[in-house]
Write a protein that binds this ligand. Structure first.
Ligand SMILES: [Zn+2]
Ligand SMILES: [Zn+2]
Length: 153
């Protein structure tokens, strides 16, 4: 599977086991998958490699009765949990949702990441920019504080 979300992309393939059990209503899916994604550091926006471990237990429902071939009334709210009219059970959406829940909201490339300059956007891990010298002037401090505030809101 290939994930490309706004803030994360897939790094390593998801590998693991998927078991399917027949139930009264449909098919119970049990999956245990390991892989890794790249998430942006919330300070400097660099990609951070983030291992993930997914445990998924979901019941899928058929949209077509396999014996009679007629359509079954289903809850459209659970679109990710439906087996389509060609009897295909697609786990992509369920895995995507589990992945988004698993990835931490705040990721730092390292604890002491210096982040980006709020004025010019330079990555301060790579060195100080010119703004940081001017920022010793108290008038600039007030402006920098405003900009930082603006970034956070
Ligand atoms: Zn960082
Ligand atoms: Zn700067």
């Amino acid at each position: 599977m290939d994930f490309q979300e706004e803030e994360l992309s897939q790094s390593d393939s998801l590998i693991g086991t998927v078991d399917m059990l027949r139930t009264n209503r449909g098919v119970l899916l049990e999956a245990a998958l390991d892989g890794a994604v790249n998430v942006q550091c919330s300070r400097c926006l660099r990609d951070v490699h983030c291992p993930v471990s997914l445990e998924i237990i979901e019941e899928f429902q058929p949209t077509v009765d396999v014996v009679r071939g007629t359509f079954v009334a289903v809850d459209e709210e659970d679109a990710a949990l439906l087996i389509n009219e060609h009897h295909v059970l697609d786990i992509a959406e369920v895995v995507r949702q589990a992945l988004l829940l698993e990835v931490p909201l705040q990721v730092l490339c390292r604890e002491e990441c210096a982040g980006l300059c709020p004025i010019c956007g330079q990555d301060l891990n790579l060195g100080l920019c010119d703004c940081s010298q001017e920022a010793t002037d108290p008038r600039w401090d007030a402006l920098a504080a405003l900009l930082v505030e603006g970034e956070l809101s």
